[in-house]
Design a protein around this ligand. Structure first.
Ligand SMILES: Cc1cc2nc3c(=O)[nH]c(=O)nc-3n(C[C@H](O)[C@H](O)[C@H](O)COP(=O)(O)O)c2cc1C
Length: 387
């Protein structure tokens, strides 16, 4: 669909102050706009090694001063639960990330690595020596209906982590963050691949935070403070390793994904937001209450405002945002930044499309995790005639 020069010009003038397109200073990072590409698992990293096609995919979506958060990236062999997701525990993986991070930096993009451990959302086949996956509990995750398959995903019974084992896992997060920094130093020692901790969606850290899962009686279970202890120890360790102003955390207090419900998600979200202030981390990325599953959104009166008010760093929201309500959220100061997941997935030049009020390409759910280096991945079109 072509736009004439006049209409484009008019639209640019009309939308020049569109809130999500205004610049924002996030710590030491100068963002050109308030639109963020959130983490999206794409399962195209064969045998957990990031591949060259990821450099094309991310560089298509990178822009000067644009913030991108990588797909969830596994911190250890035991942290795996899905086929062909990237890792960042080995030298080979760090080397494989380098050209990808460099491709984002070459466009002036700011890139964070989402460091991830799935905990009990795994099976024996992904675990070293076929061992049970680890978790806060020994209760098995019941089979989950999958977006792209008739078959529900099945999981193996986990092993409850012993209290004294927890520091080792904290250390794996710390090493993963260090590896990410190493992967970012390819050409410029100043441009890096920062760490963003995955504390959402029913994975390991969430398995400790949420009281529907955590049934421990040690100092990592029971009270809210105890359940949040592990996640905050990870935040502290990663911040000590790479500096707090390079660390972000994602949380989804309201989500029930992978049976991760909580009896008081607002108290949990506010407690985490307040606790994070002590560590002075760069940002907190929260998933809206309207997204309980990764795909479906619905109306709710619950809101992230109490967490927005409590957290002193940069606040990012996620979950079902489009141009209109993203702009509204920024205009009403309900957030600093807005992430657009599926819209970025299918529109590599999304900020430009917003700016020009251009039509958007619809995402194709059936190819989200297609094991193909191109299809549904690097073949989403750019706008034409907008030079
Ligand atoms: C294909 C796909 C993969 C995703 N993978 C991740 C992931 O690896 N880590 C994560 O925290 N969220 C993941 N999400 C959730 C997104 O980051 C985002 O929160 C969600 O899509 C809602 O935002 P949206 O409505 O703008 O798409 C994924 C979503 C999709 C559609």
């Amino acid at each position: 669909m072509g736009h004439s020069v006049e209409t484009v010009q008019q639209e640019v003038e009309q939308t020049a102050t569109m809130p999500v397109l205004t610049p924002y200073k996030m710590g030491k990072f100068n963002l050109s706009y308030r639109m963020v590409m959130p983490p999206m698992t794409r399962q195209r990293s064969w045998n957990n090694i990031p591949q060259p096609h990821a450099a094309i995919y991310y560089s298509h979506r990178a822009a000067n001063g644009g913030l991108i958060i990588s797909e969830a990236t596994v911190i250890s062999e035991a942290g795996r639960g899905y086929k062909d997701t990237p890792g960042i525990w080995s030298k080979e993986q760090v080397e494989a990330w380098k050209p990808i991070v460099d491709a984002v930096h070459a466009k002036g993009g700011i890139f964070f690595c989402q460091i991830w451990h799935v905990g009990r959302a795994s099976t024996y086949e992904y675990q070293p020596n076929g061992q049970p996956p680890i978790s806060s509990t020994s209760n098995v995750l019941k089979p989950q209906v999958q977006a792209n398959s008739e078959e529900p995903a099945k999981f193996s019974p986990p092993r409850r982590l012993a209290t004294e084992e927890i520091p080792q896992v904290v250390n794996e997060y710390r090493l993963a963050a260090r590896n990410a920094m190493e992967a970012g130093k390819f050409l410029s020692p100043f441009n890096n691949f920062y760490a963003r901790i995955h504390g959402a969606h029913g994975y390991l850290l969430d398995q400790f935070m949420k009281d529907h899962i955590n049934d421990r009686t040690d100092q990592y279970g029971g009270s809210l403070e105890n359940r949040c202890r592990f996640a905050l120890e990870v935040v502290e360790a990663v911040a000590n390793e790479i500096r707090a102003d390079r660390v972000g955390l994602r949380l989804s207090p309201y989500a029930t994904y992978l049976d991760s419900g909580d009896s008081d998600p607002t108290a949990l979200g506010v407690y985490m937001a307040e606790s994070l202030n002590k560590y002075d981390i760069l940002y907190c990325h929260m998933v809206e209450p309207r997204m309980k599953l990764s795909e479906e959104s619905f109306e709710t009166t619950e809101s992230l405002l109490p967490m927005r008010k409590a957290f002193k760093g940069t606040f990012i929201v996620a979950g079902g945002y489009d141009k209109e309500d993203g702009n509204k959220a920024v205009a009403e100061n309900r957030t600093d930044l807005v992430s657009f997941g599926r819209l970025f997935l299918s529109n590599p030049d999304l900020p430009k499309r917003f700016e020009l009020n251009a039509p958007l390409t619809k995402h194709n759910r059936s190819t989200y995790c297609e094991p193909d280096p191109v299809v549904g991945y690097t073949d989403y079109p750019f706008l034409e005639n907008t030079a």
